[in-house]
Design a binder for this molecule. Structure first.
Ligand code: FES
Length: 374
């Protein structure tokens, strides 16, 4: 290195006004920090998935990445205690004649400590055994004081049919029994900040959304989702789950990686008031976006109707309705039939183009897509 490596990046008086900031030194992004007039300069690119360290905050002597909160010493670039081996490059910095100068070449190299891949990260494998049917009940309730859910009653009937009559494997997830955090909008920071597995899943081993990811991405061939109607839309737990599944769809956007192939989805929708078609449309839209396919007539639904407020009779009327149970079993049959056909023709052997709503370029000759929006 020689004197020409020093790059003047601005006045010390101005640059000391912010504790951390992202600056450019030549073509490099640098996280410049200043504490009590002492500057530090480290790479502005995080070791994890490239977050902009200079847009983070300071925690003592550590720069905290704004994407998923990894920390690096603001002067040495080393990871926080216990993670020192995870290190971003350090740059020398000095103040001369009131100007801040940073060496363009780093004095240490980037070093990434090995991190064991999350179990969900594995490639989804085709299922060679009996078809697997996953039921997801999204009804919210106090599990210590359970009540009967009409959508779950019908979902139970479908799973019983899958197990008992068709000899399939089944699994039931009740979202009300899972502890999982709300999506915290990593995608809103940057598409690349929304990771697979979900950033929350990677950071928080107590978060039980993992069971939903595992069920949908790795286990199921057929997914039946049941929801009540709440103020004209699906349940709040359904929406919490779907928000957390942005990471599945986002893999298609940022990595052209389709995690869900040849999986069939169907829906059970019940409510005390109407809006069935809008709820179904929203559910179909989302599950289509993540790669699911649907049988003819992909949902069964029941509504007590606008004029009837006798919800105390609703559970009994659904429980007594052989017609609704038969309809839900028939929905399951249609899903299974489509799933079997997919396995025979094996769509998964072919590349599934991203295409669709976002109109991604499928070959070099075509127009590129506009920047992705959720
Ligand atoms: S913590 Fe920096 S990119 Fe994830």
């Amino acid at each position: 290195m020689n004197d020409q490596d020093w790059v003047d990046i601005g006045s010390a008086a101005e640059l000391s006004g912010q504790t951390v900031q992202q600056v450019k030194v030549g073509r490099r992004k640098i996280a410049l920090s200043c504490v009590d007039g002492a500057f530090g300069a480290i790479s502005g690119v995080c070791n994890h998935v490239g977050g902009p360290l200079g847009e983070g905050q300071l925690d003592g002597e550590y720069v905290v990445c704004p994407w998923h909160y990894w920390k690096f010493h603001r002067v040495t670039g080393e990871g926080e205690p216990g993670y020192e081996a995870d290190r971003v490059p350090r740059h020398e910095v000095k103040v001369e004649d009131g100007r801040v100068k940073v060496r363009s070449e780093p004095t240490t190299r980037r070093q990434k400590a090995p991190h064991a891949p999350h179990p969900l990260e594995r490639e989804p494998e085709p299922n060679d055994g009996p078809l697997r049917v996953l039921g997801i009940s999204t009804t919210a309730m106090d599990v210590a004081h359970p009540r009967t859910s009409t959508s779950e009653l019908l979902l139970d009937a479908a799973l019983e049919h899958a197990r008992g009559t068709l000899g399939l494997e089944t699994r039931m997830l009740r979202l009300s029994e899972l502890q999982f955090r709300t999506c915290e909008g990593f995608y809103s920071k940057s598409a690349h900040a929304c990771t697979w597995p979900c950033s929350i899943t990677q950071m928080d081993p107590t978060d039980q959304m993992e069971q939903v990811y595992d069920g949908i991405v790795h286990w199921a061939d057929v997914i039946l989702v049941a929801t009540p109607i709440r103020w004209g839309t699906a349940s709040s737990l359904y929406h919490r789950m779907v928000e957390r599944m942005n990471c599945v769809q986002n893999q298609i956007t940022i990595r052209d990686r389709v995690l869900i192939r040849d999986k069939v989805a169907g829906f059970v929708i019940t409510g005390g008031q109407d809006n069935i078609q809008a709820v179904a449309g929203s559910m179909l839209g989302f599950f289509a976006e993540i790669g699911c396919v649907f049988p003819p007539f992909p949902y069964v639904a029941h509504s007590r109707g606008w004029s009837a407020e006798d919800m105390e009779n609703n559970v009994r009327s659904v429980a007594d309705s052989e017609e609704l149970r038969a309809g839900t079993r028939a929905l399951l049959d249609r899903c299974v039939d489509l799933s079997q056909r997919l396995q025979e023709t094996s769509l998964s052997a072919k590349r599934v183009p991203r295409g669709g709503r976002k109109a991604h370029r499928e070959s070099p000759g075509q127009e590129a897509a506009s920047p992705a929006q959720p």
